[in-house]
Structure formats: C-alpha cells, structure tokens
Design a protein around this ligand. Structure first.
Ligand code: UT7
Length: 324
C-alpha cells in the first residue's frame, strides 16, 4: 500500500461586491465587448475596504473544514498560497491559523503567483505521503485588486478577488491511478522570464508594494505553450490518454488559453470547468474556486479523475492529477 492525500473537504469565499465590465468601462477606456472577446471575463468580485486576504482565506478554510466534518484541531499543516498577503510578514497563514483557533501544527505561505495553489498542493501532498502530517488545509486566497494599477486598462480588467480551500487527509492506495487522492504533482519555473509578469515594487527592491505589470502577449504565448507541455507530462507520467481525464480544472486567466488547453487534450468543452466569466483571474485562488464550485454543484463526483494546471509569474507553471 502507498500513502495518498485525499481531498475530504472543499470550501470557497467570494467578496460580496460584483464589478462588471460595464462598471469598469466608466473608469477606464475599455468596453464590455473588448473584455469578453479577448478574455471571456464579464464580471469579477472585489474585496470591500478593509476586507483582506486572510478574511477570504479564513472563510474558505472554515468551509472546507465543515465540509470535511473536521475542526481546526484536526489540521496538522495550514498552507496558504497567496501573492497578496495581509502584511509583508508574518505569513498570512499564521493569521488564519490564529483566527481558526489552531494552537498546534504549522502554518506558512507559498508564493508562486497563479501557480500557487498547485505548489501548495504539491508541498502538502509530499508532507502527507512522507508521514510528516496526517492532514493539511490547503488554501489559495488573493486580493489582487489591491495591487492592480486601476489606471492601466490592459491589466486592471483581468483580475478579481476570492479564495478556495481543500482539506487533505492521509489515506492509502495501491499505487495505481485507480487510487483516490493526489496521484502526482508536477512543478516548474523559469526565472529568466521574471520580468514578463511582476509588480514594479516590493519590500526589498523599491517603494511600497508595487503594482502589476504584464507583457500580455508574451505571457499569453508562454501560458499556452507551458500548460500544453505540462498536461502532456501528466498524461505520460501515468500512461494515460486525454480521454481518461474526466475534468480539466485550469487556472482561469483567459478563456482563449483555457480553450487552447482543452483542445490540446481533445476534451469537449463540457469537461472543462470555467469560472472566468464570473470570477476573472483570481491568481492562486482560481483553481480551488473552480474545483470546489464544480464539486458543490455535483459536476465533479467521487472517483472521477481531475487534472488541474496553471501558469503564472516567475514564471511558474505546474499541474496535478487527482482522483476525487
Ligand atoms: O494569470 C497569469 C497568466 N496571465 C495570463 O495568462 C494573461 C495572458 N495575456 C492575455 O490574456 C492577453 O494578452 C490580454 C487579455 C492581456 C490582452 O489580449 P491581447 O489580445 O493580447 O491584446 P493586446 O495586449 O495585444 O492589445 C490589443 C489592443 C491594443 O491596442 P492597439 O495597440 O492594437 O491599438 C491595446 O491597447 O487592445 C488594446 N487594449 C484594450 N482595449 C480595450 C488593451 N487592453 C484593453 C482594454 N480595453 N481593457
């Protein structure tokens, strides 16, 4: 038998305020038509003044714990993927841990921008499989609205705020793709591409936090290429065909990128979970938000094979194969 990290609970949290493309068109030189045609986004949620990443992470984490029928005392590791921490330090995960009332275990943040949830899932899975933890609460949470340049129409229309979480528990399997749990994770980065998607500031480099700067076309090109590569890597790793995948849950950056990856896999559109229309790009939160929505509405069911994949700043990219 081999150890497996099984998803036993899911939770999400979205800020209440909806900002539509029409709302944005009143602030910057853009149109609903342009945004929908180029990205697939129609609206996004934006955190209220004073509403922080930890607020969203806490609510999503609590929902995942409730869904698993567990409490904070059952959590060994709390891993939070975020690019928009409440403060420069301590880790926002520590704040969530404190607010959950967890007095044991370990909590830390993971920073891999839009690939953050996959990185956090991989770290948690390895700790569980190594026997160093029995459970892990893995959260992706962001308030990208705080670091967007609201005068830059090329980026401000793309992002939204939110959080999603999964509770993992150590189980056992036979070491085959029929096992429930995380079957593999695949992480990559290429730091030579650091500049194509970044903020123009940070604690060590310059003044303040900095705002999002992106070479959109180049990021788009690399996103399509890297995500196609990593999807192939997952299939080859397990000797699977694309038709063996029940659901693709991609990072939600651009509908055209999502469709390109779906086409590459030969998956019909109904097998691809798409939330970008309503959530926009929520960075590290986008995959757990999409995954948990599709679990909650009954699309993704126990026993099905789910492929998650993402690309983001760094650049980072990665994928995971999970049998629910
Ligand atoms: O999550 C991490 C990964 N992120 C991504 O994967 C994002 C990747 N990039 C993209 O999704 C796309 O590159 C964008 C959606 C950001 C842009 O789409 P595009 O088709 O690459 O447009 P573009 O940047 O080449 O701009 C085309 C035109 C430009 O005008 P000119 O120079 O052709 O006259 C832009 O100024 O569209 C203009 N434009 C806009 N027009 C109306 C750029 N933003 C806007 C806007 N509204 N919001």
């Amino acid at each position: 038998m081999v150890a497996r990290s099984i998803i036993v609970g899911c939770g999400t949290c979205l800020p209440a305020r909806v900002v539509t493309n029409h709302d944005l068109a009143r602030e910057v030189e853009t149109t609903d038509e342009w945004i929908v045609e180029r990205t697939g986004i129609r609206e996004r949620r934006i955190a209220a003044p004073g509403e922080t990443t930890s607020d969203l992470a806490l609510a999503a984490g609590r929902a995942a714990l409730d869904d698993a029928g567990m409490t904070a005392h059952d959590v060994d590791f709390l891993i939070l993927a975020t690019t928009t921490p409440d403060d420069t330090f301590p880790a926002t995960a520590a704040k969530v841990q404190g607010r959950l009332g967890m007095t044991r275990g370990a909590a830390f943040d993971v920073q891999a921008v839009c690939t953050g949830f996959i990185y956090a899932l991989a770290i948690a899975d390895n700790f569980l499989r190594a026997g160093q933890a029995r459970t892990a609460l893995v959260i992706g949470a962001e308030t990208f609205s705080r670091i967007v340049d609201w005068s830059d129409r090329a980026t401000c229309v793309l992002f939204g705020d939110g959080a999603g979480a999964v509770m993992l528990a150590r189980g056992e399997g036979k070491g085959t793709v029929a096992d429930r749990g995380v079957l593999s994770t695949h992480l990559h980065s290429d730091g030579s591409q650091y500049d194509i998607l970044r903020t123009d500031g940070g604690p060590s480099s310059t003044r303040g936090t900095g705002l999002v700067r992106m070479a959109g076309r180049e990021v788009f090109r690399q996103a399509v290429q890297r995500q196609a590569e990593v999807v192939d890597e997952v299939l080859a790793c397990h000797g699977l065909a694309a038709s063996d995948i029940d659901w693709l849950v991609p990072h939600q950056a651009n509908r055209r990128i999502i469709e390109a990856t779906g086409r590459k896999l030969g998956l019909p559109a109904e097998k691809v979970v798409v939330t970008i229309e309503r959530h926009a790009n929520t960075s590290a939160a986008s995959i757990p938000l999409a995954l948990c929505e599709a679990v909650a509405d009954g699309r993704i069911r126990r026993g099905q094979l789910v492929l998650v994949e993402a690309m983001g700043g760094g650049i980072t990219w990665g994928a995971g194969l999970v049998r629910m």
